[in-house]
Design a protein around this ligand. Structure first.
Ligand code: ME8
Length: 658
């Protein structure tokens, strides 16, 4: 079995976890699960970073006499998060554990023995929120350039690490390992930073005590990042002195994948490899830096307080829906907006409509038309439509595996949803409900049932790392065991398999976001659009009867117009037309062409990537010979230039506008 080691950052315990921490942990979990499905020997580590001034102050603020008591309490909430989110970690490390003290001191000694630590005096600025030293030249308006917090002046005796010595070794290492940091553009940032020259790094503090004592000089505690980064080795037995425990280093190091948020890339891609080189150890194989969840336009952060709690979303939408949303919504490396509306839209469109429909259709049909048993579909009976579905399955399997291997989970989920929609279309085209009425169509009906169930089996396997509960529930409905990704292919569902009982997988949520907001708890959450009336909140029958001359419409009339958010993918002028532009837009459900009369107000290139609102259910019409499928909404003042309708926050394509 191939070893595969994956880590999350270890989280500070100055406050309880929020969606940001949940996100990294869930992504690492999905990657770990995918590797297990591929047959790897996985070691998955997460944990808590418990030392440093920030934690010490948080404990004091919380009125705790002993920082350790506070640490135990908050660390437990991160452990609880792992349980709540069904994280499959193999170890949970706390930096206050004796095994970690030993490891950090061992690393320090090795670096010191090689002459790369010396004593000096530090005078400069320090950001306690990020626990980083900030050079004077990098201050932004006298504040921390990373988080914008006030920095503090420090003047104390300090041990220094000879980081400057590692400029060239780091650049050589980067050159020899072109995939060390992903995504690529982040690697460029690191390279540029190192190329500009490195200063030695202060790695000890004397002004507080909550840390790991420096070997031989306990007046100093280690700089929290020197301590924290070592956790990745502690969990492999480093510094334990026990050959059996330490044998894990040989197995899992340096082939490690560190999954982190982009704000701590420098520590992982620069300090950490340099510390390791100085200790005579190999740098890690890979650092993947993901983007931030934003809330109200700013990074969701416990220091700022604009956080969403994962528990609220698990309670209302279920764990798998939360896992799906975050992994579908944020492509690797990019930032994304976390909004209740976004979660609700994805839930209803992707989970209830697409996946939920496929599950209920397939299982109900087999119960109804085949006595709850998967029928046989001899190879000879397969028609082009069945063979095309098999090819689509093969493409989806290859695509999902490839994308998981390159950590593109969002793309893997897109591949899976292309498949799910194709299977739904396959069923609609075949019309099994009509075939069931024709005794001569039994073979075709059986083929349809077989291939739908087989595709559902593959779908369950493909969503397994992201949605383990849903995958297990689908398997229970199909009456099949969990499947590995090794050898996963179309057509292997055994005929005669007896289905389990059917249950609704993701029942559609008919409530508005505002109605659901009863779910949110004490912490402030992002403001959302005011509630929009739906049939459930504004039953038409309860409205006073309208006078016959009244031109007002009922809510039912309005709801017939399907207004949706779309994103412009391409835009070009329509030849020989002054007013028209041809747009290709992503509606969240499909990509389509819309011809819009906005050429006098917008250049095509201004529109690419822009979020717009369209009427999605308009009958197609031909404009200048081009079929337009929908209409773009814009406002204008009496014959003036059109102004596109927009939003004041990010909103994903497909969201309904009401
Ligand atoms: O930095 N969006 O701990 P931390 C996405 N202890 N991810 C987010 C996020 C957001 N808005 N907010 C937090 C530390 N995260 C150090 C790490 S490692 C040796 C030491 C996630 O509690 C993301 O993974 O500030 C980020 O890197 C991590 O939480 C920071 O957690």
């Amino acid at each position: 079995m191939k070893p595969f080691y994956i880590t999350t950052p270890i989280y500070y315990i100055n406050a309880r976890p929020h969606i940001g921490h949940a996100y990294t942990t869930m992504v690492a979990d999905a990657i770990a699960r995918s590797r297990r499905l591929l047959g790897d020997d996985v070691f998955f580590l997460t944990g808590t970073d418990e030392h440093g001034q920030k934690v010490e102050r948080a404990a004091q603020k919380a009125g705790h006499q002993a920082t350790k008591v506070f640490a135990d309490e908050v660390a437990a909430s991160f452990q609880q998060m792992c349980g709540d989110l069904q994280i499959s970690n193999n170890d949970f490390i706390r930096t206050t554990e004796p095994r970690h003290h030993r490891a950090a001191q061992e690393l320090w000694k090795r670096v010191a023995d090689r002459g790369d630590i010396y004593k000096g005096d530090y005078e400069g600025w320090y950001c306690t929120v990020d626990e980083i030293f900030v050079p004077e030249t990098q201050l932004a308006d006298g504040k921390c350039p990373t988080c914008g917090s006030k920095v503090e002046r420090l003047k104390e005796e300090s041990y220094y690490f000879r980081l400057s010595k590692y400029q060239q070794p780091l650049l050589d290492f980067y050159a020899a390992n072109p995939t060390f940091v992903q995504p690529d553009f982040r690697f460029n940032e690191v390279r540029t930073f190192v190329e500009a020259g490195l200063q030695d790094l202060s790695i000890s503090r004397t002004s507080f005590q909550w840390g790991i004592p420096v070997p031989g000089d306990p007046k100093h505690v280690m700089y929290v990042w020197f301590d924290a980064l070592t956790n990745y080795l502690t969990a492999l037995g480093f510094g334990s002195g026990d050959p059996h425990a330490e044998s894990r280093i040989g197995r899992f190091w340096p082939g490690v994948t560190h999954l982190i948020g982009k704000e701590i890339l420098r520590q992982h891609a620069l300090y950490w490899p340099a510390f390791l080189m100085a200790a005579g150890l190999k740098p890690p194989q890979r650092v993947i830096a993901h983007g931030w969840w934003l809330m109200g336009g700013a990074k969701m952060s416990k220091s700022v307080g604009n956080v969403a709690r994962y528990q609220d979303y698990v309670d209302v939408f279920g764990l798998d829906a939360l896992r799906y949303f975050v992994m579908r919504e944020m492509p690797l490396g990019a930032d994304a907006n976390f909004s209740d509306d976004g979660v609700l839209t994805r839930f209803n469109a992707d989970l209830a409509n697409d996946l939920g429909n496929l599950v209920s259709r397939t299982t109900t049909m087999i119960h109804r038309y085949s006595g709850g048993m998967v029928p046989d579909s001899p190879v000879a009976a397969r028609e082009p439509l069945d063979l095309e579905l098999e090819r689509q399955l093969a493409r989806a399997i290859a695509g999902v595996i490839r994308n998981f291997e390159t950590f593109q989970i969002t793309v893997a989920l897109q591949d899976t949803w292309v498949l799910i929609r194709s299977v739904n279309q396959y069923i609609v085209k075949r019309e099994p409900w009509s075939l069931a009425k024709r005794p001569d169509a039994k073979a075709l009906l059986d083929a349809t049932l077989y291939h739908s169930a087989d595709a559902l089996r593959v779908t369950a396997a493909l969503i397994d790392p992201v949605m383990p509960q849903a995958a297990a529930r689908i398997r229970a409905m199909l009456g099949i065991p969990q499947e590995s990704w090794q050898g996963l292919k179309a057509g292997t569902l055994a005929a005669g398999t007896r289905l389990g009982p059917t249950e609704p997988l993701f029942p559609r949520i008919e409530k508005t976001v505002e109605e659901l907001r009863g779910m949110s708890s004490t912490e402030p959450s992002e403001p959302v659009e005011p509630a929009t009336p739906t049939q459930s909140t504004a039953p038409v029958s309860a409205a006073p009867p309208a006078p016959t001359t009244d031109s007002r419409i009922t809510i039912d009339d309005f709801m017939k117009v399907e207004l949706r958010v779309a994103k412009v993918l391409e835009a070009e002028a329509v030849p020989k037309s002054k007013k028209l532009l041809k747009l290709k837009v992503d509606t969240g459900q499909d990509q389509r062409t819309i011809v819009a009369g906005i050429a006098e107000a917008y250049q095509p290139e201004q529109l690419i990537g822009r979020t717009i609102v369209i009427v999605a259910n308009l009958q197609p019409a031909k404009l200048m010979g081009i079929e337009s499928n929908g209409m773009v909404l814009a406002g204008s003042i009496d014959g003036g230039k059109p102004m596109l309708v927009g939003f004041d926050q990010d909103i994903p394509p497909g969201a309904r506008v009401r």
